[in-house]
Design a protein. Sequence first.
Length: 140
Amino acid sequence: MTAKRSEPKWRERWEAMAGPLAPLGDVRVRPMFGGAGIYLDGTMFGLITRDCVVCFRTDAETRGPYEDAGMEPFVPFADGRMVMPYHHVPAEVLADGEVLCAWAQTAWEAAKRAVAGREAARRTVRRRQSPRPTTRRGRR
């Protein structure tokens, strides 16, 4: 006899957020590492931890309001060996759909900047790794 799998804990949190985030577009959630990633147009901009804590992507431009609200960055391991570029979302923001949508928008923009930065870095590395063209005689 197989045991029935229960819904993940984060699912209820997501269902409460899905409606307020609808104005952004096709926001989706995907399970990952016991929690879930929150995506818009294929870019992950948020996460819900296995403990149902909601975190949004931050960078130097967007970190201020989180820090002003006393919110901590997301640390996935208890030993603190890694800090991720996400911050906990304040309860007041989660409670107000309009504000939640605005914060999610800035998180998505931060995530897009991070993706663009990674892609630019990859292009630079590829350029450095590509061989220099040779002359007709085979010399450089």
